[in-house]
Ligand binder design. Sequence first.
Ligand SMILES: [Zn+2]
Length: 422
Amino acid sequence: MGEYDRGSTFELRCEVQQYAWGKIGSASEVARLSSSAHADFAVAEDEPYAELWMGAHPKAPSQILTPKTSLSLLEYIKKNPGVLGKKVNNVFKGELPFLLKVLSVNKSLSIQAHPNKSHAEKLFAERPDIYKDPNHKPEMAIALTPFEGMCGFRPLEEIQMFLKEVPEFRAVVGESEAENIMKCKPGDDYVAKALKSCFENVMKCNAEVRKENLSKLISRISAMDQESESFSKYSGELLLRLNSQFPGDVGCFVVYFLNHIILKPGEAMFLGANEPHAYLDGNCIECMACSDNVVRAGLTPKLIDVPTLCEMLNYQPATPKSKIFPSIQKKDDPYVKEYNPPVDDFAVQYISIPKGVSEYTIKAIDSASILLVFEGEGSANKSKPSGLDLRPGAVFFISADTDVAISLSETPFIAFRALCIL
Ligand SMILES: [Zn+2]
């Protein structure tokens, strides 16, 4: 195997997913990175480029590009589980536990939540046709551009304000549930229960009643002056946009339950089990556990499993600010910030090296990692025969316990590195 022994770093060719919700042509970060890294990647200006998958997911494993081989990363790790690192190999039974992605979102993705591990096992055992694996799916989004989403239930006072001032919303929530939650005070033990009843009623609301109220609301909001205070107070712009993307969808009312968040570049959201969320617009880096378990809540033509969804959600109201996941500056390296969520499956490092630093070592860690170059040029391991070319969009697999020496040209260098911290 020679160059493929433990201790190697190699370049990957990663698959692009052209889902319809992706940004179009070169407006997509996915298209920009892929065409920058690969001369043979031609961007069609009328096609969507939604996701870039970097990892060993069986649906689209990355291919090993340099040094030359016909293996995918999935096959390679199966043959050489030692490259994962001892702890990762033991805990995750010979599999790379995370998938790193770039997402370019042009049109809202479904409102959704992901089950925890034991719930995922139960769902998979009972309904393998819908829940296709027994794994949990925590995920994290790090904004590359302003990145818009919804996440977690809004503070109680905001939901009460909407119930008071938006009669169409109150009508689908139902009068007795609305009265119940209007009586709650922030911090009361029964807030979560009252909120659950309200949300459940909206999800189970008779389709005719729901559509009628939504269309009333849409015409009322459309007639408002878009510069007015009430238009923004009632999330007019978002509501009209979602209704134009998914006319009549129950997800339009979910706007009044969930926090509307716009991350600044570098800010992150961590989506743990049972956290309701949706991605609405922008480019981000996403890292997740390897699973496809999604329970949907709207803005989708796909199945909404209402009983499972309503039972599982985290109904604790919280501010949008509390949903932003902080990164930590590494003490031993001024160029690395780490996003380390409370799960074993993954963490992400943001590596930013200023212009003028020409030599740097990407430090060995006790986990396999995947590195995406976002900005900058240079080379890695240039003293070895397997020297690698660094450029935006290039993706590398780095075996555990492996230092990577890089030389940089006169430009700032930015990269994201997914890894496990056990
Ligand atoms: Zn999700």
